[in-house]
Ligand binder design. Structure first.
Ligand code: NDP
Ligand code: PYR
Ligand code: MG
Length: 589
């Protein structure tokens, strides 16, 4: 065997991914498997005490250090005498957070906490998820990304730029954690509905991974946020003296493809076959190609295409309890035919095909999409991007959304355009005139880009609409009745989905797993939720929901022969729960 193939085996094989060298000793830092000409990082580790313990977010407990721990770890005098337990710390911090009136200040306070005391950060997030999700996630994370250069304090993830071309493996080795299970990676080109924010998109992988831990129970140390910086076409950022990224136009074509190829190769070499790579907020001209290119060689998942599809399908399945009929009885119209729109459309078509046994080419026919040029119809076929072509049905051209609603007469209207205020009064009124209970989903984030507000959906439809949105809205009172809008956001899916892949040791993602996740989420909607008009369960139950999603996804991985953790656990829900990170403090000897 050649030395090249020997090296390949050592680096790419499962032994390496598990960090097992000879004799079952974990070669976590790649020192043993590196050849003499390969560079290694001389990591050293020591027991933290005194100030360095207080400054280590993983182990810091602030005022919760006990008398014994203060003695044993040289903390005397470094802390005031009071001892607070974690519950009291949580109460104090929630009180402080509520004093900030500006959402971005809350975001910054939460990021400070994450950098100071990781367990307390997660304790707060888990116990106050409905209140804090809009702070660490949409909508506030959008503003944080827009201002990331100004608010940047300490790096929270890995930055891989064109400057690192040829050295990406070395850059990965600079990250101090070695047992990585999930990477969320962006190139910052389509951050929420805010467009190209370049390197400042880092807020998104950081936020998504904090939800992996809080909502899905994946250990924080096994999560790695990455931003790939290939430049930005955002003139405002290019002219901003505080911009933290490369000040050049975006690399495209071969230069872009080569950097991504090196990245994907290096990730597999460093972390093995079973690390989940979640693509997030890439522009659609790269997103579909990357997903297709790497789905047969890596464990990849595109949250905007697949996660969004799964969460919306779950909402649709649940909504049938309120609107009646089965999926095949409905007609769907989308505003926005990009990653989210076509991803959702395809999963709906697959689910109908599964239910009716009709070929997917047939089931697509009741799903229509509008893009910036109007309704997607067959006369536009030649000029359409590849991912839109399956939706070019026979119909005369239609320019506006309102005319499309009148022509198609949908029962379900889904906004996935990133363009705010596009569900006008006339559009919502027309939906209400066509349907007893129109289902209206305004998915675009953040709140400023929402196709309409909850209040607009309920008042313009005269209380008929069943409404959910990507970013949260408060309940609305209309004619003496309280309407509670749901949040149709992929945050319901990706944490549990990822957990399911991890606990089963899945090596590939398949559409059947997305369908299983949708069904699992829909099954978690209770009668009490339906009575309020909700098609999603509350986020306050999200860890239980994630365990159920994880169990169904893992079960599917086992059924499809894609799971590598054997034997298959008997009770996958219990097993998923038992694997979840919990943020309570640990005692130190
Ligand atoms: N709630 C959730 O969980 C999620 C929400 N989203 C949100 O969905 C939005 C879109 O994301 P994504 O699909 O990835 O974006 P893409 O850029 O891939 O797609 C956007 C689509 O909207 C169309 N479009 C843009 N402006 C208009 C307009 N004024 N009228 C009609 N069509 C328009 C574009 O048309 P054209 O193709 O002609 O350019 C394109 O088809 C974002 O705001 C994002 O935050 C995304 C993922 C998850
Ligand atoms: C929620 C999400 O992934 C997005 O808006 O892009
Ligand atoms: Mg996204």
């Amino acid at each position: 065997m050649s030395s090249a193939s020997l090296k390949e085996m050592r680096n790419g094989g499962e032994d390496y991914s598990n960090g097992h060298g000879g004799g079952g000793v974990r070669d976590l830092y790649g020192e043993d498997c590196a050849t003499e000409d390969q560079l290694i990082t001389p990591w050293t580790f020591s027991v933290a005490s005194g100030c360095s313990l207080l400054r280590d977010p993983r182990y810091n407990k602030g005022l919760a250090f006990t008398e014994g721990e203060r003695d044993a770890h040289y903390l005397r005098g470094l802390l005031p005498p009071a001892i607070f337990n974690q519950e009291l710390q949580e109460k104090r911090l929630m009180h402080n957070l509520r004093q900030y009136e500006v959402p971005l200040h809350r975001y910054m306070a939460m990021m400070d906490l994450q950098e100071r005391n990781e367990r307390l950060f997660y304790k707060l997030l888990i116990n106050n998820v409905e209140e804090l999700l809009p702070v660490v996630y949409t909508p506030t994370v959008g503003e944080a990304c827009q201002k990331y250069g100004s608010i940047f304090r300490r790096p929270q993830g890995l930055y891989i730029s064109l400057k690192e071309k040829g050295k990406i493996l070395e850059v990965l080795k600079n990250w101090p954690e070695k047992s990585i299970q999930v990477i969320v990676v962006t190139d910052g080109e389509r951050i929420l509905g805010l467009g190209d924010l370049g390197c400042q998109g880092m807020g998104i992988p950081v936020g998504k991974l904090s939800l992996y831990t809080a909502l899905g129970g994946v250990r924080p140390s096994s999560c790695l946020p990455i931003t790939i910086d290939v430049g930005t076409n955002n003139e405002k950022l290019l002219n901003d003296e505080f911009y933290i990224g490369l000040k050049q136009k975006r690399a495209t074509g071969q230069e872009y493809a080569e950097l991504l190829e090196e990245f994907m190769h290096a990730v597999k070499q460093n972390y093995g076959e079973k690390v989940l790579i979640q693509f997030e907020d890439f522009a659609n001209h790269n997103a579909f190609d990357l997903l297709e290119k790497y789905s047969s060689s890596h464990l990849v998942f595109n949250d905007d295409i697949q996660g969004t599809a799964s969460v919306v399908l779950a909402g649709l399945l649940a909504s049938l309890k309120l609107v009646g009929g089965t999926l095949v009885d409905h007609t769907f119209l989308f505003l926005g035919a990009g990653e989210a729109g076509t991803g959702i459309a395809e999963l709906i078509a697959l689910e109908i095909s599964k239910q009716t046994k009709a070929p997917v080419e047939e089931t697509r026919k009741k799903i229509w999409l509008v893009d910036s040029k109007g309704l997607i119809v067959s006369s536009r076929l030649e000029s359409l991007q590849q991912f839109k072509k399956p939706w070019a049905h026979e119909h005369e051209p239609v320019k506006s959304l309102l005319d499309a609603v009148k022509a198609i007469k949908p029962t379900v209207l889904i906004g996935s355009s990133g363009a705010g205020k596009t569900f006008t009064k006339e559009v919502v009124e027309t939906m209400a005139s066509l349907n007893e209970k129109p289902l209206i989903l305004a998915l675009s984030n953040p709140t400023s880009q929402s196709e309409c507000t909850a209040e607009e959906a309920y008042t313009w439809s005269k209380g008929k609409a069943i409404f959910a949105s990507g970013s949260p809205f408060d309940p609305v009172e209309y004619e003496g009745k309280l309407f509670v809008p749901g949040q149709a956001n992929n945050a319901y899916i990706f944490p549990g989905f990822g957990l399911g892949l991890i606990i089963s040791g899945a090596i590939r993602v398949r559409d059947e797993m997305l369908l299983a996740a949708s069904e699992a989420l829909a099954a978690q909607v209770s009668q009490e939720n339906y009575d309020k008009g909700l098609i999603y369960p509350p986020f306050s139950n999200i860890r239980k929901i994630s365990a159920h999603i994880a169990a169904k996804v893992a079960a599917k991985a086992y059924d499809l022969g894609l799971a590598s953790h054997l034997p298959r656990p008997k009770d996958l829900v219990k097993y998923a729960e038992s694997c979840m990170y919990s943020p309570g403090y640990r005692s130190y000897r």
